[in-house]
Design a protein around this ligand. Structure first.
Ligand code: GLU
Length: 430
């Protein structure tokens, strides 16, 4: 889901990858790893760029640029979603792929990191054009993906139907049934129960940990959510059901605000039927939403929303990053100094890829799990990793992102260093 905010123009975008690497290097100072690990993680293993010619409904031909970045697969097959968005470029996809490598290590699942994207505004395509584009994209990257190679999933402006087209197209390219090549599929095609709300649910389990730590009473806690796509909507629903006061939500067109709390069920119904938020409460834009007087802020849209410019005005005590990369390094430092707890994307939104792993396991085993089992296993993962990172953050006195990156780097290091490092070879150790 796109936010109602631009992300700082082309200049900021092109250096997104350099900024992402700099943050990893910074966090590495707190990690017990061999220097070679950082060297190996300084660039993706493979980047694929494709041009996709598409016959439009009116008979004209257009071409779209697509990418698949395979960042690292030391811990398992490359894993990560596919985004359809006009802002997609190589710097963004590389950053998102690096974050996936860290994220899979943070939740300790046997996957590496990858990401894909097509530079397109899907809101301007018909359903049939979107299907043709999805199928063309998979045909173009079919040689580099695979159940044990690289496993895509949904991301911004793609969903279970997009995954159905892609899985179907892949099966017809390789001429065999291969449901495990893509996760986030509809249940009928081998999707997992509980994958639809998994990203939000993972963040919700994190919130429940914080609620217990801080002795919060949900009815007293005000929540603002930026972005009303899959993650934002499901998160709103889950916390609203628990009695939290969701006071503001927004989508790419703008938002609504009511200090008393919004009727989430009705808002989701309206958004599903009309494609936009209803006229309730006060109107608010996506930038103003970030600095509202709330307790919990949930960026669930795009990168670079909390920046050096607005971080000092953030009033929330807790930020739960359901989006990937919503907080810049400068904003992170400002928020840390103010005592704001920022639960980083690589943990907060890792519920999605965790249930993707469950889906992949079910596809390979040919046995399907009950919803309760998915929830129980997801909760156990989120709880365990939140507690590990919270303890490390407290011990080191650093932002939770630094603790998360350091922990992920150590897990990646165990795989990347296993075949030997310079130290071993120079000493001739066996
Ligand atoms: N696109 C999601 C993410 O950024 C899910 C990835 C996946 O399930 O592979 O984490």
């Amino acid at each position: 889901m796109q936010a109602d905010v631009s992300v700082g123009g082309a200049a900021a975008e092109s250096d997104l990858f350099a900024r992402s690497i700099a943050r990893v290097q910074q966090a590495a100072k707190h990690a017990r790893i061999d220097p070679e690990t950082l060297l190996r993680l300084s660039a993706p293993r493979r980047t694929v760029e494709v041009s996709l010619p598409l016959r439009m409904d009116d008979g004209s031909l257009r071409t779209f640029r697509g990418y698949r970045v395979q960042y690292d697969d030391a811990r398992g097959p490359f894993k990560g979603g596919i985004r359809f968005h006009p802002q997609v470029d190589i710097a963004e996809v590389k950053s998102l792929a690096l974050w996936m490598a860290l994220k899979c290590a943070v939740v300790d699942i046997p996957f590496g990191g990858g990401k894909g994207g097509v530079e397109v505004d899907p809101r301007q395509l018909s359903l049939a054009e979107t299907e043709r584009l999805s199928r063309a994209y998979v045909r173009a990257i079919a040689d580099v993906i695979g159940v044990d190679r690289d496993v895509p999933a949904p991301d911004v402006y793609t969903n279970s139907r997009t995954m159905a087209w892609m899985a179907d197209e892949y099966a017809s390219v390789v001429r065999e049934h291969a449901p495990g090549v893509i996760t986030g599929k509809p249940i009928g095609l081998g999707g997992s129960l509980g994958r639809d709300d998994a990203t939000a649910r993972g963040g919700y389990y994190v919130l429940k940990e914080i609620e217990a730590l801080r002795d919060w009473k949900p009815s007293e806690i005000r929540v603002a959510i930026q972005g009303f796509g899959n993650a934002g909507q499901h998160f709103a629903k889950l916390v609203h059901k628990d009695g939290y006061r969701v006071v503001a939500v927004c989508d790419s067109r703008g938002g609504v605000y009511s200090p008393e709390g919004l009727g989430i069920r009705q808002i989701i119904e309206h958004k599903t039927e009309q494609g936009r938020l209803p006229d309730v409460g006060e109107k608010i834009d996506g930038t103003a939403l970030l600095t509202l007087d709330v307790d919990v802020l949930v960026p669930a849209a795009l990168e670079d929303q909390l920046t050096a410019k607005n971080a000092k005005d953030v009033k929330a005590k807790v930020v739960i990053e359901l989006a990937n990369g919503p907080t810049t390094a400068e904003a992170d430092a400002i928020l840390h100094d103010k005592g704001t707890l920022v639960v980083p994307d690589v943990l907060a939104n890792a519920g999605g890829v965790t249930v993707s792993w469950f889906e992949w396991l079910q596809n390979r085993a040919g046995i399907y799990w009950e919803l309760e089992e998915v929830h129980k296993k997801l909760r156990r993962t989120m709880q365990a990793q939140f507690r590990t990172l919270h303890a490390r953050m407290t011990e080191l006195g650093v932002p939770m992102r630094t603790a998360a990156y350091a922990t992920a780097l150590e897990r990646l290091d165990r795989a990347l260093s296993a075949t030997g490092t310079a130290k071993d070879f120079q000493k001739g150790r066996r």
